[in-house]
Design a binder for this molecule. Structure first.
Ligand code: HEM
Length: 403
């Protein structure tokens, strides 16, 4: 990239900690400050750069030659002494290493393969909705989004997902991608008893038959993946696909409960089930931030970045950038061209490879509710759980009336 032809400006400095409990509970004022500060800002408390506007988010995610994944997608550079953790061989690597692995995973996740799980998801969703109707009031996180994903996802991914263990491992992973703060320390401590369980669950002898995991081990046997890569990717699948989908389904239900008119649109038009989930994850993005590292000195929107600089892409901020979205703070399932426009699933080479599964699962659940539930409303205030990298609902008290 030419630094000579562009007049470089000073980088704005933002003295806000995006990982403070206050910001994690309500990130929107920080997002606005980040977008307003400029196309790129220095986050003073952590000495990293960040983008919150839609255009720059897309640029950074798409340009792997200048913005690399090899330093890890968290705030720490995992290549530096003391920061090592096992990197994802898919997400935390660049071409050419990423290319061959992604090609195998894309084949394993072909639409034909994925559709096999559709019916199972729909049966589980229908049974769950009947149980929820009997209760009328329930927690939209624990009893609905979480219970459904933990019941539906194992058959597809091929790993058994007991609640306590799975949630503890998820909390560890998504706090660990942030700074070494109290959240990370506590999550690591809580996950400690389950680390061995997780390690064993993603090995060949533990995975469920007829699943993504089994297909990946078969690809390893056929020499398409190097030894050890299959279990590493299964680990990324469990990590990338569990909490994110629980969060996305929870956000969608929260907004549908707040907007009865839009719930009626979902009930009367099956195409709106899909739109509701897309708008749900645009409106509140499960993965709030992902990092890249500059490969050399470069320029981004007129600002100079040194080599080996961490730059955070705040997906949640980009998904509400008024430069790109009309009325960004309004939940609106009638927005044109949602999928592929929001960045909740990333974009470019590393765009979510499991997005079709996430969509199938959420459409199965929201679709089953739409068929059987006339009204859905809040039975109390929703609350959020602070997690460094993620936006997560903690409680979502819901009340439903059957049709
Ligand atoms: C609502 C649910 C989901 C959301 C919001 C989500 C979000 C994302 C995002 C933002 C990325 C790109 C990260 C980056 O570029 O740094 C990503 C990548 C990825 N996701 Fe998802 N995801 C979801 C569901 C899933 C599911 C269900 C799976 C597995 C079945 C999955 C597996 C992965 C994997 C393996 C990658 C890495 C792809 C690569 O590096 O080539 N995700 N996801």
């Amino acid at each position: 990239m030419t630094t000579e032809t562009v007049e470089l400006r000073d980088t704005p400095v933002l003295d806000i900690d995006p990982y403070s409990i206050e910001v994690l509970r309500d990130p929107y004022p920080f997002h606005q400050a980040l977008r307003e500060a400029g196309p790129v800002a220095l986050i003073k408390p952590h000495g990293v750069y960040a983008v919150g506007r839609h255009a720059e988010a897309k640029t950074v995610l798409a340009d792997y030659a200048r913005f690399s994944n090899a330093g890890g997608i968290g705030i720490q550079d995992i290549r530096k002494p003391g920061e090592f953790r096992i990197p994802s061989r898919l997400l935390e690597t660049d071409p050419p290493n990423h290319t061959g692995i992604r090609a195998v995973v894309t084949r394993v996740l072909s639409p034909l393969v994925i559709r096999r799980w559709k019916e199972g998801f729909e049966q589980k969703a229908a049974a769950m909705v009947e149980r929820l109707i009997e209760r009328r009031e329930f927690d939209g996180v624990e009893d609905c989004a979480e219970a459904f994903i933990l019941a539906a996802f194992p058959a597809a991914v091929g790993v058994r997902l007991p609640r306590t263990e799975t949630l503890a491992i998820g909390e560890m992973r998504f706090n660990q991608s942030g700074p070494h703060n109290e959240l990370t320390r506590r999550a690591l401590e809580r996950a400690q008893p389950y680390l061995q369980w997780f390690e064993e669950s993603v090995q060949r002898q533990s995975v469920l038959p007829d699943s993504i995991a089994e297909l990946l081990f078969k690809a390893e046997d056929a020499g398409e993946l190097d030894e050890g890569v299959a279990s590493n990717i299964v680990r990324s699948f469990v990590g990338g696909g569990t909490d994110s989908t629980i969060a996305g389904v929870g956000f969608t239900l929260n907004q549908l409960a707040r907007h009865p008119d839009q719930w009626q649109r979902v009930r009367s038009d099956p195409a709106k089930v899909k739109a509701a989930f897309e708008e749900g994850i645009r409106f509140e993005s499960p993965f709030q931030v992902t990092y890249r590292t500059t490969t050399g000195e470069t320029e981004l929107s007129g600002l100079r970045l040194e080599p080996d600089t961490k730059i955070g892409v705040f997906l949640g901020a980009a998904n509400r950038d008024p430069r790109h979205w009309d009325e960004p703070d309004r939940f609106n399932i009638d927005r044109p061209q949602l999928a592929g426009n929001h960045v909740a699933m990333g974009t470019g080479l590393h765009a979510c490879v499991g997005q079709m599964i996430a969509r199938l699962e959420s459409e199965a659940l929201i679709g089953a509710l739409a068929k059987r539930v006339k009204t859905i409303s809040l039975a109390g205030e929703a609350s959020y759980r602070p997690v460094n990298q993620m936006r997560m609902l903690d409680k979502l008290p819901l009340r439903i009336e059957p049709a």
